[in-house]
Design a protein around this ligand. Structure first.
Ligand SMILES: *[C@@H]1O[C@H](CO)[C@@H](O)[C@H](O)[C@H]1NC(C)=O
Ligand SMILES: *[C@@H]1O[C@H](CO)[C@@H](O)[C@H](O)[C@H]1NC(C)=O
Ligand SMILES: *[C@@H]1O[C@H](CO)[C@@H](O)[C@H](O)[C@H]1NC(C)=O
Ligand SMILES: *[C@@H]1O[C@H](CO)[C@@H](O)[C@H](O)[C@H]1NC(C)=O
Ligand SMILES: *[C@@H]1O[C@H](CO)[C@@H](O)[C@H](O)[C@H]1NC(C)=O
Ligand SMILES: *[C@@H]1O[C@H](CO)[C@@H](O)[C@H](O)[C@H]1NC(C)=O
Ligand SMILES: *[C@@H]1O[C@H](CO)[C@@H](O)[C@H](O)[C@H]1NC(C)=O
Ligand SMILES: *[C@@H]1O[C@H](CO)[C@@H](O)[C@H](O)[C@H]1NC(C)=O
Length: 234
């Protein structure tokens, strides 16, 4: 009796272990993370304090590099924080290979250019802060795929175009900070479905049209900034 009960779970466990091994063999690992970060580093054109130049060295594990945090469970890069380092550069498509990244901050540097579509692979992102740089181009509609995103901070850049309505898909979003950019068009109505939103900063853009009444549905909202736009009734 005891034996027949014991065998099937063992079998299941074996199957599971085999499946896990197959999965990790075919997907990315810490070596992928290292090469992604080395490509990123090679496109940093100005590093005045020589932070990455000397510290991001292949003679130590990527997990010891300044600004890099690895998770203990999967031994992959989970956070990248290069805030306040006075770096100039662009975001390379390779960063999309950091598939365990949940927190990414380049706050207050001089990064520029558009955001590559490969970033859409960062499905674990909870925190994205690209504030106070010189990024341009549009917020791509694929931002709607960041299902776990809680904070999206793109303020003080040169982003333009419309705020994509797929932003209404970010159901975990608590903070959306898009002020001091060049966003145009109407505030998308789906913003009213972000039921966890507490802070919404859209001030100092070129937004126009009516303020969607659906914003009144945001019961968690603590702060709303809409000044310095071309909105009706403002
Ligand atoms: C990462 O995966 C590659 C194959 O995709 C393999 O050659 C390499 O040994 C792996 N590295 C680690 C640290 O597991
Ligand atoms: C890189 O910086 C980290 C964090 O400041 C430090 O712990 C590490 O020793 C440095 N590594 C090298 C090779 O300079
Ligand atoms: C990133 O680093 C800066 C400066 O060290 C720190 O103030 C900030 O809290 C960090 N951000 C995150 C998300 O860890
Ligand atoms: C990482 O990303 C780049 C560009 O998106 C790609 O060419 C490369 O093959 C990817 N994979 C690895 C394992 O580096
Ligand atoms: C952006 O950074 C500059 C310094 O580079 C600082 O003076 C300014 O206050 C920052 N702006 C915001 C909105 O954080
Ligand atoms: C919205 O989110 C759902 C669930 O994460 C996803 O299946 C869907 O493709 C997303 N749509 C867009 C347009 O981002
Ligand atoms: C509005 O944003 C621009 C940058 O896009 C900045 O130069 C300007 O000082 C901001 N104005 C206000 C009133 O915050
Ligand atoms: C959101 O607000 C609109 C207009 O005020 C209302 O018609 C709609 O029922 C609300 N939706 C939800 C899900 O509360």
């Amino acid at each position: 009796m005891a034996k027949t009960c014991f065998l099937p779970p063992m079998f299941m466990l074996l199957l599971f272990v085999t499946f896990r091994a197959t999965l990790s063999k075919n997907s990315h690992n810490i070596t992928t993370d290292q090469s992604a970060l080395l490509v990123f580093k090679s496109h940093i054109s100005h590093d005045p304090h020589n932070l990455l130049a000397t510290n991001w060295s292949t003679s130590t594990s990527v997990c010891n590099w300044i600004g890099v945090t690895c998770g203990s469970k999967h031994h992959r890069v989970t956070a990248l924080n290069l805030s306040f380092m006075d770096l100039t550069g662009t975001i390379q498509p390779h960063l999309g290979n950091l598939s365990f990244l949940s927190s990414f901050s380049l706050r207050r540097n001089s990064f520029r250019g558009p955001l590559p579509v490969e970033l859409t692979n960062l499905r674990r992102l909870k925190y994205l802060n690209l504030g106070n740089n010189s990024f341009d181009g549009e917020i791509p509609s694929w931002f709607g795929y960041f299902a776990r995103l809680q904070r999206l901070l793109l303020y003080a850049n040169e982003f333009t175009g419309a705020i994509p309505s797929t932003i209404g898909n970010l159901s975990k979003l608590e903070k959306l900070s898009l002020f001091n950019n060049n966003f145009k068009g109407q505030i998308p109505t789906p913003i009213g479905s972000l039921s966890n939103l507490k802070w919404l900063y859209l001030d100092n853009n070129s937004l126009s049209g009516n303020i969607p009444i659906e914003i009144g549905n945001l019961t968690m909202l603590q702060e709303l900034e809409l000044e310095h736009n071309n909105l009706n009734g403002k």
